[in-house]
Design a protein around this ligand. Structure first.
Ligand code: AP5
Length: 223
């Protein structure tokens, strides 16, 4: 990649593996756009939009939303931008083989491709521990962890002082349903990208700085 061309990365991995945390860090490091489908959907729910109303039930149950709604979001990402030069990390999309194939076609039609898929690897029990301790800012979407990454002042966001919440889908029963959905629907996406030679697995069980360094070292070859 030259400094003027676009870099398109996908962050894949189970819920709670650190996709959002690492996407935020890597975007700051390389000045990329962070597109989190989960954050976009939560904003729609907060605003009470039509999309938000459709999203709320599926998200609360730990299930995926219908593909058509996600494709509409993807189109919006490219709207009003110079698509050729859009650099981004997609966090939370694609989440099924159908979505991966649709993204492939979408980019191909624009003469573009995915440069690297970073697959964060973390076992199910560590996922449960991480998500049960996560607290989130409903205003800016930033994630904290009660033990691993607490806010400076208990219970409030460092960025904007908003009271942190415990996401309704971060309770153990729903976390386990999300994991089931992940194993069934999203794992085949890893195989899809492995066959294309762009998948890079990263052990996500280390601390946040180490995981970031591992991801960054794999991205160097694209720079
Ligand atoms: P979404 O919000 O995308 O949820 P997710 O993929 O399940 O991911 P999470 O946000 O829960 O976790 P993360 O991997 O980002 O981890 P984080 O960095 O926060 O999606 C929610 C729902 O929206 C879905 O269930 C679905 O219903 C719907 N949806 C979204 N996209 C869709 C799509 N494409 N199609 C259909 N439906 C869709 O880290 C977790 C915690 O661990 C934090 O507390 C963090 O501080 C801590 N942590 C992070 N890294 C470390 C570390 N190295 N060591 C210790 N703690 C750490």
């Amino acid at each position: 990649m030259t400094t003027n061309s676009a870099l398109r990365i996908i962050m894949l991995g189970p819920p709670g593996s650190g996709k959002g945390t690492q996407a935020t860090r890597i975007c700051e490091r390389y000045n990329l756009g962070h597109v989190s489908t989960g954050d976009i959907l939560r904003r729609h729910i907060q605003q009470g939009s039509e999309l938000g109303q459709k999203a709320e039930t599926a998200m609360a149950a730990g299930e995926l939303l219908p593909d058509s709604l996600l494709y509409q979001m993807l189109e919006e990402l490219y709207e009003d931008r110079d698509g050729e030069h859009v650099s981004f990390i997609l966090d939370g999309f694609p989440r099924s083989l159908e979505q991966a194939e649709a993204l492939e076609e979408f980019l191909q039609n624009r003469g573009q491709k995915v440069h690297q898929v970073v697959m964060l690897v973390l076992d199910d029990e560590k996922v449960v521990a991480r998500l049960a301790g996560r607290r989130t800012c409903p205003e800016c979407g930033r994630s904290y962890h009660l033990l691993a990454a607490p806010p400076r002042n208990e219970g409030v966001c460092d960025e904007d002082g908003t009271e942190l919440i415990w996401r309704t889908d971060d309770h153990e029963e729903i976390i386990r349903r999300r994991l089931q959905t992940y194993h069934q629907e999203t794992e085949p996406v890893a195989t899809f990208y492995q066959e294309q030679g762009v998948l890079r697995e990263v052990d996500a069980s280390a601390d946040m700085d180490q995981v970031e360094a591992r991801i960054a070292s794999g991205l160097k070859e694209l720079m």
